[in-house]
Ligand binder design. Structure first.
Ligand SMILES: Nc1ncnc2c1ncn2[C@@H]1O[C@H](COP(=O)(O)OP(=O)(O)OP(=O)(O)O)[C@@H](O)[C@H]1O
Length: 753
């Protein structure tokens, strides 16, 4: 077992995929400075790796003093009182950021008693930013200008009184924690995952999240965090598999968790009463559950109960899964907090024994291509085995001599047929395995989709419940009742959608089990078939001369080579299809973004008009350029891209009414898609719409034509909040599903070839 170093990123990828290594959780201790009102220092860093708690018994009381003694604790790192924020970040976390960029999961969490300095380390203040700010800064610096390769998403939640709240969208109410039946795949239903590549935006989000945290004064800390805060950043890096061939892509995905735990506390010390007392009980309960897990893990227990609290369920991956983890234990040097500091150090000492299996998360996008590659490799191995046999001079029996020519020829023909038949069967079984793998992959994706459906409806229901409660407080006018009724309808709908999704998830899991069993059976059949082929080859020396045998083996080599070439071609074709579909998806996404921009611009213009705002000249110019661009794109795309329907490229409708754009309106050809002129009603619609300067929305729905292209501008497809998702999910779901099915059909088609 390697002790975990925070600088462990590197190239450890193996041919088969990814190498995993056992790494010990790194434990660092940070001592905060003594405050002016604190009486006496009893704790200090005795070296860069050790802390001492002094014996504070009265030195004149010899007997008691003898019994007590200074106690030293050792850790991976100790940060003394004068350590800076930068030092702490650089030594504990900066390397984790690099790890996350190369596809590892990592967690850094701050533990300690109330007022010991956890929030200072994790969040800091504007003059001394903490780990969260610095890590996000470094991450975004690393991916800057590489938006085509990296995508970054972030979420921030707080666990307060065993309830989860989205700190980036605090109004969404309490969120549910979900996991599959085997306690894996832990997800927070409905948590916002914000995608951004802008450092400024992310800093604003972080500030917003920190402001939304539950903070209350206690006797020990004026700004005591009463909740555990979990910030998660996921970085997805898409790179070509080999430099020459940019069609095959690979995804590395790393996730960094940064956690500021609430402080462990003693009610009498924090002078907590009422609500504070209840909070404290929750905080302590979850920290106790965490402590139990740490104890069990450090003792190497086979079963660790993570289910006792939401905190431990959320930290399960960080503590026992595929994750590099750093714990920063915080202590105060003050005599007043000696007991808390001792407990923290003991807790941290235990955590020092925990180890995790860490591996890089690399997913081949062209999964099916890798399946082909596996079969090609197997064929190549067979070829080299046959070639070795060809050069071997194997002992021969006298049988060939005893047979006459016809008998020998018949025998040779029969053997050749049998060998070819077993080879064909092997190929059939290999393809069957590929189909099963594709199906299992599809089932995995289906399961993920069901989790998404559940998350979606859970969060919606939370919102509905919240709005219903708010309505309950309002005056009992009709409108209020209607909204409440709608909310409960929506809730019922949501509940049944969630139930259906859980049902489907259970079906999928059963299906996964069935197919996995089938896979094992086919794998065994393939092995039997291979052995049969080998034993047939072994019969060759008994009936054939060495030249005849070589001829048959050479023939077999050729058959294998041809099959391998065929597979290579099929995989190449698949790669191209993949790439085309991927590009289609990108185009669809851009088109969606463009439609949204369209709507935003149009609405903004409407507002400007309503408020009679004069548009600056340069903005008008920009509109004009935009419209020209849209026209140019329409002409260019119409001929080459069948995916982007030309009727999704409308100009800004309101622009037609602007004097500056009148000219371009007048050039619009009012013909329909089939080349025939529009009906008079249609022409009228267009003319009236264009002339109506006050009603932009009218225009958004009207038919506008360009040379050879008729368009009825589609409304933006805002999903109806009350409509349950279809079984195939949202648009993007169905796209994913289509892709999976098609790919899976590809392998099935090729298997029939
Ligand atoms: N290393 C440090 N240098 C300077 N000031 C510090 C340091 N650590 C903590 N402080 C100060 O001590 C006070 C308490 O720190 P902080 O709020 O971070 O504690 P905490 O462990 O997060 O407490 P709680 O669990 O109650 O939220 C704050 O005023 C903070 O600025």
């Amino acid at each position: 077992m390697t002790p975990q170093t925070p600088s462990s990123s590197g190239s450890d990828e193996t041919k088969a995929g990814v190498k995993s290594a056992e790494e010990r959780l790194m434990v660092a201790v940070r001592i905060r400075p003594l405050k002016a009102d604190e009486p006496q220092r009893v704790l200090y860093a005795s070296s860069k790796k050790s802390v001492v708690i002094e014996d504070d018994t009265d030195k004149n009381d010899v007997l008691r003093h003898k019994r007590g003694a200074d106690k030293q604790y050792s850790f991976d790192l100790v940060f003394a009182e004068n350590s800076t924020q930068e030092e702490v970040y650089e030594i504990t976390t900066s390397a984790l950021v690099k790890d996350v960029l190369s596809g590892y999961n990592a967690t850094v969490f701050a533990y300690g008693a109330t007022g010991a300095g956890k929030t200072y380390t994790m969040v800091g203040d504007p003059t001394a930013p903490g780990i969260m700010v610095r890590a996000l800064n470094d991450l975004f610096k690393a991916v800057k200008d590489k938006e085509d390769q990296y995508s970054v998403t972030m979420s921030y939640l707080e666990l307060y009184n065993e309830q989860i709240r989205d700190l980036l969208n605090p109004s969404s109410g309490y969120l549910e924690l979900r996991e599959d039946s085997r306690g894996r795949n832990i997800q927070v239903a409905g948590l916002s995952e914000i995608s951004t590549t802008s450092t400024n935006e992310v800093m604003l989000l972080l500030q917003k999240g920190n402001k939304a945290r539950t903070v209350e004064p206690t006797a020990i800390n004026k700004t005591s965090s009463r909740s555990h805060a979990l910030l998660s950043v996921t970085v997805k890096h898409t790179v070509p598999i080999d430099k020459k061939n940019h069609l095959r892509m690979r995804i590395k995905q790393g996730r960094l968790f940064m956690i500021d735990l609430a402080g462990s506390e003693r009610a009498n010390k924090t002078k907590s009463r009422g609500k504070r007392l209840q909070e404290g009980a929750h905080i302590n309960r979850s920290l106790l559950a965490l402590g139990n897990c740490i104890n069990a893990l450090s003792e190497g227990a086979r079963y660790v109960n993570f289910r006792d609290s939401k905190l431990t369920r959320l930290l399960k991956e960080a503590l026992s899964g595929n994750c590099r983890t750093v714990m920063i234990a915080h202590v105060s040097p003050s005599l007043a907090q000696k007991e808390e500091s001792r407990n923290t150090l003991m807790y941290a000492d235990r955590a020092n024994n925990i180890s995790n299996k860490v591996e890089r998360n690399i997913y081949d996008v062209s999964y099916h291509v890798s399946q082909y590659q596996t079969v090609i490799n197997e064929l190549k191995n067979e070829i080299s085995r046959l070639q070795t046999k060809m050069v071997e001079d194997r002992p021969r029996s006298a049988a060939p001599v005893r047979l006459n020519t016809t008998e020998r020829n018949n025998e040779v023909r029969l053997l050749r047929e049998q060998i070819v038949a077993t080879f064909k069967e092997q190929m059939k079984l290999r393809r069957k395995l590929m189909e099963i793998d594709s199906h299992l992959l599809g089932l995995g994706m289906d399961a993920e989709r069901q989790h998404l459906v559940i998350s979606h409806w859970e969060s919606r229901n939370n919102k509905l419940r919240k709005s219903k409660n708010t309505d309950g407080f309002r005056s009992a006018d009709n409108a209020g009742h209607e909204t409440a009724d709608e909310a409960s309808d929506g809730e019922v709908e949501g509940e049944s959608a969630v139930q259906q999704a859980w049902g489907e998830l259970a079906d999928i899991e059963r299906e996964q089990e069935r197919w996995s069993e089938l896979r094992t059976v086919i794998e065994q059949k393939l092995e039997d078939c291979r052995q049969r082929g080998i034993s047939l080859e072994d019969k060759l020396p008994d009936i054939l001369s060495s030249d005849d045998e070589r001829e048959i083996l050479a023939l077999m080599c050729r058959v294998h080579e041809l099959e391998a070439d065929k597979m290579a071609l099929q995989s190449e074709r698949l790669v191209r299809q993949h790439e085309l579909r991927r590009r289609d998806l990108v185009i669809l996404r851009y088109d969606r973004q463009r439609q949204l921009c369209e709507e935003i611009i149009t609405r903004q213009r409407q507002l400007m008009e309503e408020h009679k705002l004069r548009l600056p000249h340069d903005l008008l110019e920009l509109y004009q350029i935009y419209q020209q661009e849209i026209h140019a794109a329409t002409y260019a795309d119409y001929s080459v891209s069948p995916i982007v329907s030309p009727d999704k490229l409308p100009p800004i409708s309101k622009i037609y009414s602007d004097p500056i754009f009148r000219k371009s309106v007048s050039t619009i050809d009012l013909s329909t898609s089939d080349g025939t002129p529009p009906s008079s009603a249609e022409s009228e619609e267009i003319t009236q719409g264009a002339a109506n300067t006050n009603n932009v929305d009218n225009l958004m729905g009207h038919a506008i034509s360009r040379p050879g292209v008729s368009m009825r501008l589609p409304p933006l497809q805002t999903p109806s909040p009350n409509r349950p998702p279809k079984r195939t999910g949202s648009n993007s779901n169905s796209i994913t599903q289509t892709i999976r099915r098609t790919v899976s059909e590809d392998s099935i088609t090729t298997s029939k070839e």
